[in-house]
Design a protein around this ligand. Structure first.
Ligand SMILES: [Zn+2]
Length: 115
């Protein structure tokens, strides 16, 4: 019998360009590249989600620079990335499975923090 729910694709490589982009390589050879500005603007944390749910932009906020870089990034278990941004924001956890869905949807759906 075949398994009707195959295991989700695993990330095998993460390439971080601190000032420009993040690229994720999955075990089925799909490579998803994200601009840091898109990732920061779509931060999946509760605070940023709240801004967007009110029809507001999560980033850049009024008076904030529209330039962004990664100060630090670490793995959140095996399922995502915790990112500390140059604007001091660090509460978003970017789940790999959610990033993959987001990329496959051409970033037209909200990014969630669900694995
Ligand atoms: Zn956030």
């Amino acid at each position: 019998m075949t398994d009707p729910t195959p295991a989700p694709a695993q990330v095998v490589d993460v390439t971080i360009e601190r000032g420009t982009s993040i690229a994720l390589t999955f075990d089925d050879d799909l490579v998803c590249t994200f601009a840091l500005t898109d990732m920061r603007a779509n931060c999946p944390c509760a605070t940023c989600r709240g801004f967007r749910e009110r029809g507001d932009v999560a980033w850049p906020r009024p008076g904030q620079s529209s330039e962004i870089a990664i100060r630090d990034a670490s793995f959140a278990g095996a399922w995502g990335l915790s990112i500390s941004w140059s604007d001091g924001h660090d509460t978003g956890i970017y789940a790999f499975a959610s990033l993959r869905r987001w990329w496959l949807a051409n970033m037209s759906e909200p990014l969630t923090d669900e694995a």
